[in-house]
Design a protein around this ligand. Sequence first.
Ligand SMILES: [Zn+2]
Ligand SMILES: [Zn+2]
Length: 417
Amino acid sequence: MSTDIEFFGADKIGGCVTVISTDTSRIVIDFGEDLPGCENPDKSPFDFQGTDAVFFTHYHGDHIGRIGEIPESVPVCMGETSYKILQNIWERVDKLRSRKMKERESNNTLLLFKSEATISVGDIRITPYSADHSAYDAYMFLIETPDKKILHTGDFRAHGYHGKELIPLIREKVRRNGERDIDILITEGTMMSRNVKKVMTEEQMKEEAGNIFSRNRYAFLICSSTNLDSLATFHNAAKSFGMQTFVYSSYISKQLKTFSDTAGSSDRTYRFSGYYLLEPEKQLTHEKWKKPKTQAQFMRDYGFLVIIKPEDYCRRYIEMFIDLTPVIIYSMWDGFLNVNHPAYNKIWDDFLKEQKGNGAEVIYLHTSGHADPDTIAEVIRAVSPKEAIYPIHTESSSGFYDLDIPQELKDRIVLLR
Ligand SMILES: [Zn+2]
Ligand SMILES: [Zn+2]
C-alpha cells in the first residue's frame, strides 16, 4: 500500500500538473497551459493511461487550458459554477469545445462538484473546499488515500472578499481542530517570485476606486471578465457614486449574469444589479424625463463605468467621451505591460499609451489573485504537514525557506524541478 505523487511543471507559474496514484487508482489534478511567453513550455503529450479522473481546481487557462487533450473516456471533474463560466467562454471562442463538453454531460464523463462534497475515485477520496482566488469557484482539494492525507491548495489568496475564511477553513474543516493530521501539503507559490510583501485587499482597492470616482465619474475598466471579486469591487464602488455600469459585449453581460445568479444568490457583493449593454445611440425614455435621451446622454448625466477590452472596437467608445477626460483603469497583472517580460502585450501597452496621448487619464489599480508570502506561511503553519511540503506553481521555490515558519517545517520542504 503506497501513495505516489508525481509533478509536472512545478517550477513554473502555470501549467502545473499533479498526479496522485495508489496501487489501484490514479487521479490528475489540473491540466492547463503555460502562461504566455513561458520560457520552458511543456509540449510533450501526457500519458493518461490508467487515469481514473482529472480534477480541476479552477477555470484559469493555466489550470484547465489543455482539457481538450484529455481522452474522452477519462472523466473530468470541476466546480459547478466553473463549468457555467467556461461554457460562456467556449460558446464565444470555441464552439467545438463547448459541444464536446456537452457530450461529456450526456455520457457522464463530466462530474460537477460542490464545496465539501466528497467524491470517491477507487480508493482515493477527494474533498473540494472553496478557496479565495481571482477566479470564482476555485478549490483546494483534500485527497485521502489508504495511507496518506494530502492537501493541494490550487491557486489561493486571503485578500479577496472571502479571504478571511481561509485559515478557519483549514483549522476547522481540513484539520478538524487538530483531530486530522495532514501528511503532505502541495501549495502554490506564485508570489514568492513576484517580490511582494503585502498586497492590497479587494476592500482597499474598492476604497481606492471610490477615491478615483469621487473626482472622475467617467470610467473605463480593463479587467478580466472572469475575475469576479475585482469586477464586483469596481461595480460596487461605481454604484455608490450613482454611476451606471455598461458592458460592450453580450459575452461579458452573460458572465455578469452567471455571477449574479450563482455567487450573488447568497452574497449581495456579487449581485450585479443594473448594468447595460453599451448602445450609445439607443433612445431611452423615463417617466421623469420630459423627452427621450440617447444612452450616450444618459451616460454623461449619471457617470459611467464601462468594462472594455483594449481592442480596436472599444476605441470609438472612449473617443465619444474624450471631452470629459475619462479615466481608464487598468486592473490586470502589470507583467502584460512590462516590455522586458516574456508575457508583454504590445497591443495593450500601445492602446494605453495612445489613450493617454488622446487626453484620457490612465490609472493602474490591481490586486493579485495569489497569496502573499505571509499568507503562504500562515497556511503552512495551519496545515503543519507531518511529512512534506511541495511548492508548485512558482518560479522561486527556494523562497519558501525564507518564510516565517518553524525550522521543523522548513526541513520538510521539497524543491521540485
Ligand atoms: Zn494558476
Ligand atoms: Zn488561477
